[in-house]
Structure formats: C-alpha cells, structure tokens
Design a protein around this ligand. Structure first.
Ligand SMILES: *[C@@H]1O[C@H](CO)[C@@H](O)[C@H](O)[C@H]1NC(C)=O
Ligand SMILES: *[C@@H]1O[C@H](CO)[C@@H](O)[C@H](O)[C@H]1NC(C)=O
Length: 593
C-alpha cells in the first residue's frame, strides 16, 4: 500500500487509471520492502568539488572509499547538472527547485555571489525550500555547515534569510562561506575587482556630493540638504564597505552560529570540521526515531583547504587531495553513525557538489582547486560543462538498485520535488518549479529523465542551452556567450581568478557554438552546418524552447544588486557590542578525530 502511495504521489493526474498502472509497474519485491513512507534524508553537499575528484568518477590518485561505497550500493548519475556554476545561485536553486533567476538570487554586475554577511540580499522569505515542506510533513530538519544565502533584511536581528526562517529547526555552521580571508595565515581572497569597484563608486559619489553642495551654495540648483545628506550616507556606505574589505572580513564574515546565537566571531577555522561532524552525529542521535532531514553542507573543499593535522600529507598529492580525503572520511563517519543505528534501510543518502572545481585556485604553481575530469572549464564559467556537471550519488538500501549508472540529464533542482513527494507533501502550485521527481528514474521505472531542455545561466545572463533529444539520445548544447579566457587559450580566467558573466570578459556567439555532448563530451570542436546536417534544425528547436522558457520568467527584485550586496553595519551579525564583535563560546575541546 505504501508503495502505491509513493507511486501515486509521483505522477497522479487521473487516479483510477493510474492506480492500475502503478500497481502493474511496481515490481513484486518493492511491495514487500519494509521501508517507511517517509524516509530519513541525509544530504552530503560538497563545496567546489570537481566531478573528476572522486574514485567512483574515475580518479585513481585521490582515495575516496566512503563516497565510492555510496556509488557501489546505490545509483550514480553521470550527467547531474547544477543550476549555476557558483555557490549562492546554485544553492538557492537547489533549495527551491527553481532556476535562481526566478528567486532573484542572481546579479547583473558580476558579483556572482553574496559578499557580506552584513548585506541585505539573500534567499527571499517568500521562497519555499524543501526543508520548509518537510518540516510541515513532520520531519525534524537540521542544517549543519555552510549557508551563504544571507541573514538579515532590515535590521541586525530580523533573520529574514536565516536557515531557521527557511524550514530548518536546527542550524549549526557558517552562515557565510569559508574563504582565504578566514585563515590568518592565508592571503586575502576577497575579490580585488569588488574592492576596486567599491572604491571607484565611493569617489564618484564624493565627487557628485561635492558638486551638489557647491551648486547649492551658489544657488545653481534648489535641492534640499536632506537629499544631499541621504546621498552622503549612501556614499559613506560604499566607503566603509571598501574600508572593511581590508582586514575586517575575518570578523565580519567568518563566524559560526548555533541557531540564532553566534558562537565564534571570528571563527577558529581549524576546529570547524570536527565540530560540524560532532553536531551531525548528535543530530542523528537526537532524531533517530525519524523522520529527519539532515543537510550536511561541507566547508570542504573550498580554499583555504583547512585540513586537520591527521590528514595533512596523507594523500601524498598535496593539500587539495588531503582535504578531499578528509571530507571522504567525514562521509564515512556519518554513514557509520546511520548504519550503527540501523537506519540504512530507512534513510535516503544523497551526495553532490554545488558546482565544479575552481581551476584558477592556485598557490604559485600548486593546484588548490578541483579537477573536472574530461570536461571543459570550471567554477564561475556558466555554460562550460566543467562548472556545472557535478557528482550525484543516491543510496537507499532496499529501495534503489545497487551499482546502477544513469547517464540521463538530471538537475540538482530535482532534489526539491523528489524529497517533497517522498515526504508526502505537495510542491507549491503558485510558481514554476523547474526540478523533476527523480524517484521513477532512480528506481528504473522510467528510462528518461523529464529534462528535455536545460538553461545555463551566469548571473541574469543566459549563456547556454542544453537539448536532450529523447528519440535520438543526442545531447546538444548551444553556447550564446562564453567567458574570455586569459591568458588566451589557458582554459580559465587566470588573471582575474574568476571569469565573469557579462561585459568585456565575455564573448557573444552568433550563430551560437554548437556541440553534441554524447560524441564530444569535452566540447572540443564546435559543429558547423558542414559537419552537422542538423545544425540549423537543432538551433531552431533550441531557439523555440528558449522563447517558451523566457515567457515563464517574471521580474523579481535582484538580491545581489549593488544596494543589496553592499555592507551595511546595521545588518552585521555581531557577538557583543557593535563594532566590537568578538566571542568564542566553544570550549577548547580537542576530543575530535
Ligand atoms: C584526481 O584528482 C586530482 C586532484 O584534483 C587531479 O590532480 C588528478 O588529475 C585526478 N586524476 C584523475 C585520473 O582524474
Ligand atoms: C516574492 O516577492 C517578490 C516581491 O517582493 C515577487 O516579485 C515574487 O514574485 C514573489 N515570489 C513568489 C514565489 O511569490
């Protein structure tokens, strides 16, 4: 009966007929499985991990036995695509099942991600995360680790973007993102381009105010002092944002929170991973009667690659590989905790990464970012496969096949409807959901994923479109815009560390660059009307799909606009009295590992 309900929840439009159809489809073994209808969900979410970094995706230097075990005991997706190639928009899409352009978690000015915990942008309160729906369905919901979806809107403690406002009952971790600035010994990572921009805005506004004041004094214009004052205030914001980007980032952005309470400011990065693991284990202990949702959002394998001593040098292939192996070990500890509590059959485990490896992360000649295998490009390169094709592993013992590999295009946005249906909930009907329920595909009940077209955005700009032509099995990809690599032909934006989405840093293509991924997965040789007879037909079909997609978009406020992204002292989460924010509420315990 339970399986019937699962099946119904998945696809029903016409109950009577479908019931019969569902009954036919359910293999006899599935009927006997004693899994509960609401499985526990454990999401293991890596940061900037490349698809080529894992043993189960072909890496033979890094050892990732625990993650490989998930692939062996479950389903491995080989064309699992994130909705953006950088974390803030990719994670927003993951949480909501919608392209980030629908929630406004994108920008038009090449900021790419949220830059300050004290900014006003973030996941809008009217967006619905899968956590919120699972919470309503009776799940205990916990998020441990990185968030990077904003904190406050209007004042210091409104928490409008905080995990606890988005469906999590429990939160422990970094509301921002780990970055070089968080570790005293590392060179700052805060975007130089942003600093320059902030400084030039400061100067421009100062000049404008000066002109206005002079013009008012000699009676050239009639403008009230109030307006000039507001203008000056605005200029002052840019000034302090610029000023704060030198040396204050560690205090402003690198903090740890437990629910609403700040426990470390600035955080001690070395103990973050052991504390997070401890939190995960105690969350499982507290909630093992189920059902629970544990979203474990790793700080691994983002630079500065904070790795405990036990793992430094362990891989013999450098700090990046050490860090991946430490992450794998943490995965193993969490799996042990589940298995030891007899939760193997009642828990769906999902492993993925927010975007591809960061090719430009280097220290001198030493690679500090991930490896995207045969795929071109990486983090912050929008359309190129290396930035968006990430690992996707599912294990649910007894319910999903073991050792199955699926090449169909799937999306990180699919997790939203998949989890909602498993929890017996309903997806919101008042908005477009771009994800598709994955259960029928994972279980082998259908052969094709529901994704015929996928749209690859960079900020608000569409860079590429993928067309999975179901009847032929071809996977076409048309690039309208690509980043300009520098130095030329280098395969990345090494001079600026990140590629951009618009302006001089990109090239527009007309006709678009067309590839067929099943023949040319590395996007090496663009097709032409001479080499591909279907060239114009394919582009025309893609063009039509793009038009249809665009007709479903409605304008929403940009969460990463300049006015939202700029640092606002009155929004800065602060432990103590602003601006003297400092605390350490974690006892110096070293019982980890
Ligand atoms: C394994 O990953 C490392 C680190 O990212 C990379 O340098 C190496 O080339 C990868 N090996 C294979 C065979 O993919
Ligand atoms: C959320 O609110 C914004 C306006 O603030 C609106 O544009 C958007 O459509 C709303 N989103 C949803 C899903 O209702």
């Amino acid at each position: 009966m339970k399986s019937v309900m699962v099946c119904l929840a998945h696809s029903c439009t016409c109950p009577g007929l479908l019931l019969a159809w569902c009954l036919l489809l359910i293999p006899p073994s599935a009927k006997a499985i004693s899994v509960s209808y609401k499985p526990n969900i454990v999401i293991l979410f890596a940061d900037d991990l490349g698809i080529g970094d894992l043993g189960c995706y072909g890496n033979d230097t890094i050892r990732t036995p625990n993650i490989d075990q998930l692939a062996k005991e479950g389903v491995k997706l080989t064309q699992h695509i994130s909705a953006a190639s950088v974390c803030t928009p990719s994670r927003a899409a993951f949480l909501t099942g919608r392209y980030p352009i629908r929630s406004g978690m994108v920008d038009s000015e090449n900021f790419l991600v949220l830059h300050w915990l004290g900014g006003s942008g973030g996941l809008p309160p009217n967006e619905t995360t899968f956590a919120k729906i699972l919470q309503k369905q009776g799940y205990a919901t916990g998020l441990i680790g990185k968030w990077h979806q904003g904190v406050n809107c209007e004042h210091r403690n409104d928490y409008c973007h905080h995990p606890l406002s988005h469906g999590f009952d429990y939160y422990y971790g970094m509301p921002f993102s780990l970055m070089g600035d968080c570790q005293i010994t590392q060179p700052p990572e805060m975007d130089r381009a942003l600093q320059i921009k902030l400084w030039s805005y400061t100067q421009m506004i100062a000049l404008a105010i000066f002109t206005l004041v002079v013009a008012k004094l000699i009676h050239l214009v009639s403008i009230s002092w109030k307006v000039i004052f507001l203008f000056a205030l605005f200029g002052f914001l840019f000034f302090i944002s610029w000023f704060s980007s030198y040396g204050f980032i560690r205090y402003w952005n690198c903090i740890v929170m437990r629910n609403y309470e700040i426990t470390e400011q600035p955080m001690k990065v070395e103990r973050a991973a052991p504390l997070m693991l401890k939190e995960a284990i105690s969350f499982i202990e507290r909630n093992k009667q189920g059902p629970f949702l544990l979203f474990f959002s790793f700080l691994h394998v983002h630079t500065p690659l904070v790795t405990t001593e036990k793992f430094v040098g362990k891989s013999k292939y450098g700090l990046y590989c050490d860090n991946v192996e430490e992450m794998d070990w943490i995965v193993g500890r969490i799996l042990d905790e589940l298995d030891n509590n007899n939760l193997k059959k009642s828990t769906l485990i999902y492993f993925t990464s927010d975007n591809g490896g960061h090719l430009e992360a280097r220290e001198g000649n030493i690679q500090r970012g991930g490896w995207n295998g045969i795929y071109k490009g990486g983090k912050a390169m929008a359309g190129w496969e290396g930035g968006i094709r990430v690992p996707g592993l599912f294990r649910w013992t007894g319910m999903l096949p073991e050792g199955k590999v699926i090449d169909e295009p799937t999306s990180l946005m699919d997790i939203f409807p998949t989890l909602v249906y498993l929890a017996g909930g309903k997806v919101p009907q008042d908005r477009t959901i771009d994800g598709q329920d994955l259960m029928p595909l994972l279980r082998g009940l259908v052969q094709h994923s529901g994704h015929e077209f996928m749209f690859h955005y960079c900020g608000i700009y569409l860079h590429a479109v993928r067309w999975h032509q179901m009847d032929s099995g071809n996977v076409w990809k048309a690039h309208y815009v690509t980043p300009v690599f520098q130095p030329e032909g280098a395969g990345g934006c090494y001079e600026t560390v990140f590629c951009v989405c618009s302006g001089k840093g990109v090239k527009h293509h007309n006709p678009p660059l067309l590839f067929e991924l099943s023949r040319d997965p590395s996007e090496a040789v663009p097709l032409t009307p001479d080499t591909e007879p279907l060239f114009h037909v394919v582009l025309k079909r893609i063009e039509k799909a793009l038009e249809e997609h665009r007709s479903t978009l409605t304008p929403v406020p940009e969460q990463m606009s300049l006015s939202n992204i700029v640092w606002k002292p009155w929004l800065q989460p602060c432990c103590g009295t602003f601006p003297f924010c400092c605390c350490d509420k974690e006892k110096e315990k070293d019982e980890h590992f």
